[in-house]
Design a binder for this molecule. Sequence first.
Ligand code: AMP
Length: 206
Amino acid sequence: MSDRYRCILLFGAPGAGKGTQGKILGHIPGFFHLACGDVFRSLDLTSPLGRKFMEYSSRGELVPDELTVEMWKQNMHAQTVLSLFKPAQDLLILDGIPRTTTQAKALEKHLEVLMVLHLVCPDEKEMMHRMRRRALKENRLDDADEKVIRRRFEVYHRETAPVLGFYPKSIVHEVPATGSPAMVLMKVLDMVAPLQDHHFRNPLNA
Ligand code: AMP
């Protein structure tokens, strides 16, 4: 099934560090990082889709599945056409998608999921603290408001956490996401480097 993108899913609650780890991995040749939230934020916020995104994200809610999957598909296609992402060589690191089991099902025909890396931070207070810091640094309105942050956690527990059950247990791995980004990175690399090495030695279409 070589027409599916080989990928690793970065999974975890808001503030667990998916974006931080994803960005670092994205700088390593042979990985291509795509964060669904970043794609949404890069939209023209006065366009119909941009306005929809603002409407949902400002409340801490998820953008409806169909819109999200469609936008994701178009973005992946564009990245591939522009050769920013080269599926034959690059291992895709997806962050922030799928966030519902409906999305997971819709992505099944497009993805060969090699691993789900679950960044686990048992301390919700610590994650909220990280989000408030991020709100100031990145000017993110959805992480600045206490009520919206709480809503994001509720949505995570209700809609996103069940996505873990969609994938075989054998490919779901937990990584403690406490400590400095560099310490977490060491554990993340332990998990993902062998997969990248395998992809490197056995590229698609070879
Ligand atoms: P993030 O940057 O991943 O925290 O995402 C910020 C916001 O973008 C979320 O709160 C949602 O409103 C929206 N979003 C990002 N990814 C998805 C997704 N896979 N499904 C639905 N909404 C999403």
